[in-house]
Design a protein around this ligand. Structure first.
Ligand code: COA
Length: 379
């Protein structure tokens, strides 16, 4: 039996879980997902194939992949009750609407409490297939348009953009979104994945665990950063204003969004993948190209300013910085970014819930009591 340890704020450095799903090497700047480096997977296999890798442990052959992809595609339609709820929540931020809608996704399960491996896999497919449908329906409804029904002949990213904009997207845009979702699908013991695993560890069901994870993702210290990154770039306007703007933020005691990471002490490898994706997507489009060039300049200045302000902290570019550019170039707006993150991370959350259910060990740490003791009720 391990002995009780000291209080570690934020559980920093504590190994709370053993997993075969992903590994984050913060010193070398490496992310391994299902045995592959993220650079090897993202953009080379589809998001659906990468999800299958996480859920089954094996990357499918191209023949197997098409049947799995078809199966996911046929699960995209959401129930009328879920759609009704999205209508009610249409003026809420997309991530809140997604959290509410996620909870309704157990409605058509014959036994929502079944946490056997087969039942978990079936739920993982449904949740991952339906998240984009929920986000797209919300995007349409809040603009006063009717939702567009999913098409099962399109890939997941392609279909999502079709459901939002009403036309099949340019292949390069669909590819960029697909690459983004694969890039963010799993990332060690991040806060939302840990939240999902804590819930699953009580033998609670996958829908409950993933609903909790959506809530954990939303905060600006986790998945909520890319919206503010875009706001920052828009506010900075031009590279020559970056240094003064960034210093002003730091002097006001605010953090620079898109920089710093609990584990990475070098550049986040996902930032590398997504900066290339953003650059390719910007291509010849003048507006996107200008934003991409500005982002590169702001990144360079931010690294310098952060190093001067917080020496030795190794605050480097994280995944959210270039996420903002990729999603903006795909036509999405900042308050949708964290919901887009959830659509990709859903595959990872589901995989962790399956792993946690298989390990079947309640996660229950201790606390250090700081309050008074031996008080007496005087009445
Ligand atoms: N801008 C300015 N200062 C930052 C910073 C940032 N982005 N990130 C960390 N710091 C500073 C902290 O203020 C702290 O300074 P101090 O020791 O002088 O008080 C120091 O660096 C260490 O920060 P700490 O909060 O202990 O690091 P953490 O491991 O808890 O933080 C993040 C990790 C991601 C929460 C943090 O880097 C952050 O808030 N980044 C901005 C939000 C973001 O991009 N989130 C997406 C993460 S993928």
């Amino acid at each position: 039996m391990p002995t009780a340890t000291q209080f570690v704020p934020g559980l920093e450095g504590i190994v709370a879980v053993q997993t075969k799903l992903s590994h984050v090497d913060g010193q070398k700047g490496r992310l391994i997902v299902g045995g592959y480096s993220i650079e090897e997977l993202a953009g080379k296999v589809s998001f659906e194939e990468a999800a299958e890798l996480l859920w089954t442990g094996t990357l499918p052959s191209s023949k197997e992949s098409s049947s799995f992809r078809k199966e996911l595609a046929e699960l995209r339609t959401i129930r009328p009750e879920t759609l009704e709820l999205i209508k009610v929540a249409r003026h809420s931020p997309p991530i809140d609407a997604l959290r509410m809608a996620c909870a309704t996704l157990s409605l058509d399960l014959s036994n929502p409490n079944d946490i056997s491996p087969a039942a978990d896999l079936a739920v993982a497919k449904r949740l991952t297939a339906r998240f984009p449908t929920v986000v797209a329906a919300h995007a349409r409804l809040r603009q006063g348009h009717d939702p567009i029904a999913p098409r099962s002949d399109l890939g997941m990213a392609e279909n999502f953009l079709y459901m939002v904009f009403g036309e099949v997207p340019h292949p390069a845009v669909a590819k960029a979104l697909d690459t983004y979702w694969t890039t963010v699908m799993d990332h060690g013991m991040n806060a939302s994945t840990f939240a999902a695993r804590v819930i699953a560890s009580t033998r609670s069901d996958m829908v409950s665990a993933v609903t909790g994870a959506v809530g954990a993702l939303k905060g600006p210290l986790h998945g909520g950063a890319p919206g503010p990154v875009l706001d920052m770039l828009v506010d900075i306007q031009s590279a020559d204003r970056a240094e003064a703007w960034l210093k002003n933020e730091l002097n006001a005691g605010r953090r620079i969004m898109g920089f710093g990471h609990r584990v990475y002490k070098v550049r986040d490898p996902r930032a590398e993948v997504l900066s290339k994706t953003a650059e390719a997507l910007a291509g010849a489009d003048l507006r996107n190209r200008k934003l991409y060039d500005l982002a590169r300049a702001v990144e360079k200045t931010a690294l310098k300013v952060l190093d001067e302000a917080k020496p030795g902290r190794n605050l480097k570019t994280n995944v959210e910085f270039y996420t903002a550019l990729v999603l903006q170039s795909a036509g999405l707006v900042p308050d949708q970014f964290v919901a887009m993150f959830a659509c990709g991370r859903a595959a990872g959350w589901c995989a962790h819930v399956m792993e946690q259910h298989a390990q079947d060990r309640l996660i229950r740490p201790q606390s250090e009591y700081l309050g008074p003791q031996n008080l007496v009720v005087s009445r």
